[in-house]
Design a binder for this molecule. Structure first.
Ligand code: GLU
Length: 263
């Protein structure tokens, strides 16, 4: 049974394929609704931490490139451009509802190093006490293969652990986890609840994904592994209509629920 009525601290992860059009440009309608809903959920007494992708996709769109640059400095530069645009948009929209945003950019090193990790946890704690909405992304302009998380699904679960969140919601361009790939099999069935991440579940997740995001479904399963082990409930649901977040929090069985492993 799902009951998120006591979920006070919620990490919401939104991916590039939800935030941008196929052109790579920002999906303004989606972002506007998302921010409005998150601001309202925060007003209702919950705390929101937003893990947002989109830096690279938006940078590529803004620079007018036909696709992601092939080389690492090119990718890092595009992300640096896009991250500004992303935060500018979030800050502007959250301000309309009187909310203060804050930005945290991370690499894996920041979490692996105990001193940096502690600093980070203290900063998160303060930002939440101050009532801000922390907005998190990988620090793409400095991260390289050796030190990166690589995808924001994993990052969002790590952020959930660092902040001792109650619930992680991963907004995707698909309704949840299916028993086979729904893009190729019209008979594919949505799984409503996954208690244990067995090799069969991993096999179901393999292969599904979209073009503009990084992770696909398999990284969401890795995120669920981290979340369940850390005692955090997790849901994967479609982010196309962010108003559905209200329905989810009211108990409607949307998406795929991965209950936390307690105790
Ligand atoms: N950090 C990347 C970006 O903002 C996205 C990584 C991901 O989508 O998982 O472009």
């Amino acid at each position: 049974m799902r009951d998120f009525s006591n979920a006070k601290r919620i990490v919401v992860k939104v991916g590039s394929s939800t935030l941008t059009h196929a052109s790579g440009m920002l999906n303004i309608r989606c972002v506007e609704i998302l921010v409005k809903v998150l601001a309202d959920i925060q007003n209702s007494g919950r705390q929101i931490i937003l893990v947002s992708s989109g830096a690279m996709a938006i940078g590529v769109g803004k620079l007018g490139f036909p696709g992601k640059p092939a080389d690492m400095p090119g990718k890092q530069a595009a992300a640096a451009v896009g991250q500004c645009e992303l935060m500018y948009t979030y800050d502007k929209l959250f301000s309309e509802y009187n909310h203060i945003t804050s930005q945290i950019l991370l690499t894996r090193e920041d979490v692996d190093n105990p001193t940096r990790k502690e600093n980070l946890q203290n900063t998160f704690q303060r930002l939440l006490e101050m009532g801000t909405v922390p907005i998190v992304n990988e620090n793409d302009s400095v991260s390289t293969d050796e030190i990166e998380f690589g995808d924001n699904d994993t990052l969002s679960a790590v952020v959930g652990t660092l902040t001792e969140a109650d619930l992680l919601i991963i907004l995707s361009d698909i309704d949840g986890l299916y028993d086979s790939n729904p893009r190729t099999n019209p008979q594919a069935k949505l799984l409503h609840q996954v208690d244990q991440l067995t090799p069969e579940v991993e096999a179901m997740a393999a292969g599904a994904g979209s073009n503009r995001g990084t992770g696909g479904m398999i990284t969401k399963i890795y995120a669920a592994q981290i979340a369940q082990k850390s005692g955090i409930d997790m849901v994967i649901m479609n982010g196309a209509n962010p108003k559905k977040l209200y329905n989810l929090l009211e108990g409607e069985p949307l998406g795929t629920y991965f209950p936390a492993h307690k105790g």
